[in-house]
Each structure stands twice: as C-alpha cells, then as structure tokens.
Design a protein around this ligand. Structure first.
Ligand code: SAM
Length: 252
C-alpha cells in the first residue's frame, strides 16, 4: 500500500512542477524526488516573490539539476547564483556523528560500485563533470558566465572564503554528511537576509545532516524548521513562513 501512496504523491508533485523541473528530471540531472523538487520550487518562488535581496547558493551541485532550477529563480530575481562542488569524488563522511548508512553509502562509492541515475555512470567517476554541468546549464538555457551564474570547483572549506558573499537570499544545502552541512550552516546562517530561506536535502536521509541541523537549531533558537521531504530553515517571524504563491499546474 505504501508504494501506491508514494506513487500517487510523486504523481501529484510531478504535475505541479515547472516545465524546467520536469526537464532536468527527464535529463537525469538530479537525485531529488518529485516531492523534493516541488518543495525546492515553492521555496524559491517565495524568495523571488518576496524580493529578498542576496545571493542564491547551492552547496552540492553534482550533475546540476537542482542548481539549474536555483539559477533560473536567481535570474528571475536578478540576483547572482553560485554553486559549489568538488565536481569529482565526494569527500568521505569523516565525523563520528555520521551514521552507518552514510558510511556504507560512501564505501559503495569509494570501491567503484555505485551506479548513476537510471543506470548512467555514477557522476563522481566522471572525469569531465565540471564541463558536463556547464553543458547541461547551456542546454537548459543558462550560461555559466562567472558573473550572474558561477560554478566554483573545490572543497567548500577552501572555495567559500574566495566567494565574497555578504547576503544570502536562498541556499540549498545538499552535501549529505555532518562536516559539510555543519560548515555550510555556520557560514550561511549569519548572512541570511530577512525572509531568506535555507533548504536542506538530506535531513531525513543521512544521520550526520540531521545531527548538524539539530545542533544548529539548539544553538540558534531564532531559527525554525519547516518539515517535509526536504526541510527548510528560516528565521522565526519571517513572512517566508507563510504559504508560497499558488503554483499553476503546467501543461504537457
Ligand atoms: C547529493 S550530491 C548533490 C545532488 C544535486 N543537488 C542534485 O540535484 O542531484 C552531493 C554533492 O556534494 C558534493 N560535496 C559534498 N561535500 C563536499 C565538500 N566538502 N566540498 C565540495 N563538494 C562537496 C559532492 O561531491 C556531491 O557532488
């Protein structure tokens, strides 16, 4: 029965997605489920319609699917988009706060037996991942020009200090393990603009992400969590905790 409900929910989410979201899913550019993509698009719509001033960011670009959606929203808002990733093999879950599921997943990747979306080569094994992502952006109508749209290759810890971001309107944190999630929250939260939003992909998937988020919330009671397949963090009392603008059901 569970899978019937899951399929029904996926179908309902899919019809409410933008044409672009359905295209990146069809092109196998994202690991996000339909329900997560819908939450991402709704969070982006809130920030765009609230005219929140600041960068749109993603930590964890991989094949570029969610990044393309964030870049599209940033373009609508006339704000810069910056995506950060090693564009190679994912660093290991190095903290004792990471769970057994994370460590097992990393072992599968490290021993060469991970498979990609729909049987593709796993993205971490590609030698041309950065160029492939730039090509995917272009195919979907966006030019990585290092001005309006920037992709920064390297470890977050090394590249973030070079990015000079002072204000953040929206940030998607999709990097699985405790250390990078904790790092991103520590760097981004103090720069989050009024009515800005942080979306965390892995809260319900990997224990390290959950630990980092829970520790952050314990230390920052001025932030609240909005639960769902992926979870959102916002400052308490911000208008972005209100309902998003209604999404039109896309045809075709
Ligand atoms: C789950 S994938 C991102 C999925 C993507 N957002 C999508 O739409 O499918 C996580 C990415 O985070 C990157 N990553 C994790 N930790 C990192 C770190 N410390 N520095 C740079 N990249 C990191 C990995 O290499 C990987 O590409």
């Amino acid at each position: 029965m569970g899978s019937v409900y899951a399929r029904l929910e996926a179908g309902l989410s899919a019809v409410r997605l933008s044409r672009l979201a359905r295209a990146v899913k069809r092109q196998r550019l994202t690991y996000l489920s339909y329900a997560k993509l819908l939450r991402l698009e709704e969070a982006l719509d809130r920030v765009v319609s609230g005219q929140v001033d600041g960068h749109f960011l993603e930590f964890g670009v991989a094949l570029g699917g969610s990044a393309i959606l964030i870049a599209e929203a940033a373009t609508r808002a006339r704000q810069p988009f910056v995506g950060f990733d090693v564009f190679g093999m994912i660093p290991p879950p190095a903290s004792e706060k990471d769970d057994a599921i994370s460590k097992a997943r990393y072992q599968t990747i490290a021993n060469g037996s991970a498979t990609g979306i729909g049987g593709d080569l796993y993205y971490g094994y590609r030698t041309s991942l950065y160029d492939d992502v730039v090509t995917a952006f272009r195919r979907n109508g966006f030019v990585v020009d290092s001005k309006a749209i920037t992709l920064v290759k390297g470890l977050f810890e090394d590249t973030w200090p070079t990015a000079s971001v002072s204000s953040v309107a929206f940030c998607h944190i999709d990097c699985d393990w405790y250390d990078p999630v904790w790092f991103c929250l520590k760097q981004v939260a103090p720069r989050l603009a009024a009515n800005g939003s942080i979306l965390l992909d892995d809260y319900h998937d990997y224990g390290g992400c959950r630990r980092a988020t829970d520790e952050f919330l314990d230390a920052h009671p001025d932030f609240e969590l909005s639960d769902g397949p992926n979870v959102a963090l916002r400052r308490r009392g911000n208008i972005s905790s209100l309902r998003p603008p209604e999404r039109a059901v896309a045809a075709g």
